[in-house]
Design a protein around this ligand. Structure first.
Ligand code: UD1
Length: 370
C-alpha cells in the first residue's frame, strides 16, 4: 500500500514508519520538523534497509500539501502531525486550533483533491476529559479540559461528520493512552525539547543524570499508593495498532474509533521503581502538590480493538522501561542537533536512501563480503 504519514519523523510516527517499511509498504513522510529531526528517518532506514520518501512541509501550507498528495497519490494517510503540550495549549490556544484543526482541514481537502479517502487519525484518551468511570470505553461521553484536548475532540467530530456526509470515506480515530518506551534497538525514541511534560521521559532524564529528581504530582490520590495511575503503552505496540487500523479500513467505509491501551494501570511510584530497576540506578523523587487538571486514575478498556482489529498490546511495563532506558542511555541528549530546513529535500532523501542501502547491503547475504 502507498501510505502517507504526516508527522512521520516524530516519536510515534517514526516507530510506525519503521513498521510500515518492514511490512513492505511504500511510505511517504510529511513533516515540518517543528518537534522532530530527520535523523529519526535516517535511523529508520538503517534499521529497515528501506527508505521512506520525505517531504518537508507544513500542514498549514495548503499549496505544498496539495502538491505532495497529488504527486504521491497515497492509498491511505496516517495523520500524526500536531501540537501536543497541554500547558502550552492553555497559553497559546489559537496556535493549537490553527495547527491541529486547520492543519487537519487542509489535509482532508488535499486528500479529497487527490482522491484518497482513507485516514487513520492520532486521537488521545484526553477526549475522555475528567471521566472517572473506569475502564474507559469508546462510548463514554467526550469532553475536554484544555485547548489541546478540545482540538482532538473537534477533529474527531469533524471526521465523523465527514464520513456521515460522504460514504466514500474510511476513517479511524485511535485514542492513545500514555505512549512510552522506544524501539528495542535503542536507535529511535522520544526526544522531547526542553523540560519534558510527561512522566516517563522526565524519569529517564533523571536516571541518565540530566535532572536531579522527579517531582511526583500528588501523593494523596485514592489509588494504590496515593500517586496517579495511568495506562502506559509501549510505542511499538501503538505503532502496530495503526497497521491493524489500516487493514480494517481497507475493507470498509465509515468512521470508527478505538482505544489503544493495555487495560492495566501503573502508579507514578511503580513507574519510578520499575525504571530504577531497569537502569540499575537510584531515581530520586519527591512528592509535591497535585498538578491542576490531573485525574487520579485512568486506564483503557482495550476490548473493542482486540475484537475488531485483532490487536492487543503485547509489552508490559518492564519492557517499556527497559527499552526506554536503552534509548536514553545510548542517546542521553536525544538526536543530534541540526537545522533540517537548511538542507533541501533531495539531499535529505539521498541521506535516507544511503542509510537504507548500507543496511540492506549489510544484511543481504549475496552481497555481504564481511
Ligand atoms: C498528559 C496530558 C494528556 C496527553 C498526554 C500525552 C495533562 C494533564 N494530560 O497525560 O492530555 O494526551 O499527556 O502523552 O497534561 N507526573 C508526575 N511528575 C511529572 C510528570 C507527570 O508525577 O513530572 C504524573 C502525573 O501527575 C500523572 C502521571 O505522572 O499521574 C502521567 O503524567 P503524564 O505523563 O504527563 O501524562 P498524563 O497527564 O496522563
Amino acid at each position: 500500500m502507498r501510505v502517507l504519514v504526516t508527522g512521520g519523523a516524530g516519536y510515534i510516527g517514526s516507530h510506525t514508519v519503521l513498521l510500515l517499511l518492514e511490512e513492505g509498504h511504500e511510505v511517504f513522510v510529511v513533516d515540518n520538523f517543528s518537534n522532530s529531526s530527520p535523523e529519526s528517518l535516517r535511523r529508520v532506514a538503517a534499521l529497515s534497509g528501506r527508505a521512506a520518501t520525505l517531504y518537508q512541509a507544513d500542514l498549514l501550507d495548503a499549496e505544498s500539501l496539495n502538491r505532495v498528495l497529488g504527486e504521491t497519490k497515497p492509498d491511505a494517510v496516517i495523520h500524526f502531525a500536531g501540537l501536543k503540550a497541554v500547558g502550552e495549549s492553555v497559553a497559546k490556544p489559537l496556535m493549537y486550533y490553527r495547527n491541529n484543526v486547520t492543519g487537519t482541514l487542509n489535509l482532508l481537502d488535499a486528500m479529497e483533491l487527490a482522491g484518497c479517502r482513507n485516514l487513520v487519525f492520532s486521537s488521545s484518551a484526553t477526549v475522555y476529559g475528567e471521566c472517572t468511570e473506569l475502564p474507559l470505553v469508546e462510548t463514554t461521553q467526550r469532553s475536554a479540559t484544555n485547548p489541546y484536548g478540545r482540538t482532538k475532540l473537534h477533529i474527531e467530530e469533524m471526521l465523523e461528520e465527514l464520513a456521515a456526509a460522504d460514504e466514500r470515506w474510511s476513517i479511524a480515530a485511535l485514542r492513545y493512552f500514555n505512549p512510552v518506551g522506544a524501539h528495542e534497538s535503542g536507535r529511535i525514541g522520544e526526544d522531547p525539547q526542553g523540560i519534558p511534560n510527561n512522566l516517563m521521559p522526565f524519569v529517564a532524564q533523571v536516571a541518565v543524570g540530566r535532572r536531579d529528581k522527579v517531582n511526583v504530582f500528588g501523593g494523596d490520590y485514592p489509588t494504590v499508593d496515593g500517586t496517579g495511575v495511568r495506562d502506559y503503552i509501549h510505542v511499538v505496540d501503538l505503532a502496530a495498532g495503526h497497521l491493524a487500523a489500516l487493514d480494517y479500513l481497507a475493507q470498509r467505509t465509515g468512521s470508527f474509533v478505538w482505544n489503544l491501551g493495555t487495560g492495566e494501570g501503573s502508579s507514578v511510584l511503580e513507574v519510578i521503581q520499575a525504571f530504577a530497576r531497569a537502569a540499575d540506578k537510584d531515581v530520586p523523587y519527591q512528592i509535591v502538590d497535585r498538578r491542576p487538571g490531573d485525574v487520579a486514575e485512568n486506564y483503557a478498556d482495550p476490548v473493542k480493538a482486540r475484537l475488531e482489529l485483532g490487536w492487543k498490546a503485547e509489552r508490559g511495563l518492564e519492557q517499556m522501561v527497559q527499552d526506554m532506558w536503552r534509548w536514553q542511555e545510548q542517546n542521553p541528549y536525544g538526536f543530534p542537533d541540526e537545522q533540517p530546513e537548511s538542507l533541501p529535500d533531495e539531499e535529505l532523501n539521498e541521506q535516507i536512501r544511503l542509510a537504507a542501502s548500507k543496511a540492506a547491503t549489510a544484511t543481504d547475504p549475496t552481497t555481504n563480503k564481511n
